[in-house]
Design a protein around this ligand. Structure first.
Ligand SMILES: *[C@@H]1O[C@H](CO)[C@@H](O)[C@H](O)[C@H]1NC(C)=O
Ligand SMILES: *[C@@H]1O[C@H](CO)[C@@H](O)[C@H](O)[C@H]1NC(C)=O
Ligand SMILES: *[C@@H]1O[C@H](CO)[C@@H](O)[C@H](O)[C@H]1NC(C)=O
Ligand SMILES: *[C@@H]1O[C@H](CO)[C@@H](O)[C@H](O)[C@H]1NC(C)=O
Length: 155
């Protein structure tokens, strides 16, 4: 489903230097950072119009709302293996340190010590989440990278 929205862009140039992700203590999935991807690709992704389009698709796909359906308890959520897009777009990056109440709600009474601007971008609102975060762009970048590798190897 997400594939469709990416097909329209010319995406053969996502050369990644180092898109292998970053391990975070206590998490069973990796976090991705924008600076791991090639600058040409980042420019496309960071182009406000491109991103607005992608973002609206992500909101519509509503994968994030699904998280709280899939992981009913906080414990399940903490053990979850999120996809790169879920990890980047549905939650604030772990450096922000917001405690999670459940899969769709983070406690904002905590004040992050990190200056990462994603910490300010994240909102619990269903339509906002971390969709404007750099972490979300990085998640999408990683998603594309793996999808296209698959496409390449299947042709
Ligand atoms: C990717 O970058 C991280 C630090 O940013 C480094 O620790 C890791 O070794 C790199 N991995 C590869 C495959 O280059
Ligand atoms: C993305 O664009 C913003 C302004 O639109 C700019 O400040 C930022 O440096 C850009 N980031 C990258 C990785 O190109
Ligand atoms: C949402 O979660 C359900 C149950 O886990 C799953 O079957 C469905 O494919 C998910 N939908 C999306 C869009 O991820
Ligand atoms: C998550 O927690 C918030 C705040 O306690 C609550 O309003 C919301 O309904 C909870 N969501 C789910 C899916 O349990």
């Amino acid at each position: 489903m997400l594939m469709l929205l990416f097909l329209s862009c010319s995406c053969r140039f996502i050369v990644t230097n180092n898109g292998s992700g970053h391990n975070v203590a206590g998490l069973r999935y990796k976090e991705y950072q924008l600076q791991d991807y090639s600058s040409w690709f980042l420019k496309q992704l960071n182009n406000t119009n491109n991103w607005k389009h992608l973002k609206s698709c992500l909101v519509k796909a509503d994968d994030c709302s699904n998280l709280s359906r899939k992981y009913k308890t906080l414990k399940q959520y903490k053990l979850a293996k999120l996809t790169p897009i879920e990890a980047g777009c549905c939650r604030p990056p772990s450096v922000c340190g917001y405690p999670s109440v459940n899969a769709s709600y983070y406690d904002f009474s905590f004040h992050p010590t990190s200056s990462n601007k994603d910490c300010k971008s994240y909102k619990n609102s269903r339509a906002i989440k971390c969709y404007s975060c750099d972490a979300c762009k990085a998640g999408v970048a990683q998603y594309m990278k793996t999808e296209w590798r698959w496409l390449q190897s299947s042709t």
